[in-house]
Design a protein around this ligand. Structure first.
Ligand code: IDP
Ligand code: MG
Length: 150
């Protein structure tokens, strides 16, 4: 069943020149990029996006991190895209992330963990709407899709 999920290449991915690497890994996996923009997130959007974490000890630092530099927001689509993206990203703490994952190959610091991926259908829907208008998202299929996802 095809799903859509929000992916952020966070400010540290931009600063370290790893946006292309993030995109490449998701593309190679067979997911389809259907929306993308660079955006300098302001405090209001940051707080909405991370509202579930309000009150946690790392919340202020998280808002500062996500607003520090522009980031690249994307919508990716494909079979079980929400779970597949999160597994491709690896555990939240890069020190626990398995080698072969984005965080496990390129990160060490939980405060600078490179990427965001929605964690459920409900959050995907909410987060995509925060970053994109409906007419900025393009659904498309590869002619050879049947060789990737059956
Ligand atoms: P996720 O990004 O893997 O879904 P969440 O638990 O939803 O992880 O946390 C959201 C973001 O908040 C993380 O990606 C990370 O940037 C930051 N974060 C989570 N836990 C900590 C922490 O203990 N210290 C600092 N930052 C944290
Ligand atoms: Mg999360």
């Amino acid at each position: 069943m095809d799903e859509r999920t929000l992916v952020l290449a966070k400010p540290d991915a931009v600063a370290r020149g790893l946006v292309g690497e993030v995109i490449m890994r998701l593309e190679k996996r067979g997911l389809r990029l259907c929306a993308m923009k660079m955006i300098w997130v302001d405090e209001a959007l940051a707080k909405k996006h991370y509202s579930a974490h309000e009150g946690k000890p790392f919340f202020d630092g998280l808002i500062e991190y996500i607003t520090a530099l522009p980031l690249v927001a994307m919508v990716w689509e494909g079979p079980s895209a929400i779970r597949v993206v999160r597994e491709t990203m690896g555990a939240t703490n890069p020190q626990d992330a398995r080698p072969g994952t984005i965080r496990g190959d390129m990160g060490l610091d939980i405060s600078n963990n490179l990427v965001h991926g929605s964690d459920s259908k409900e959050s995907a829907e909410k987060e995509i709407a925060l970053f994109f208008e409906a007419d900025e998202i393009y659904s498309w299929a590869r002619p050879h899709e049947k060789y990737i996802s059956g």
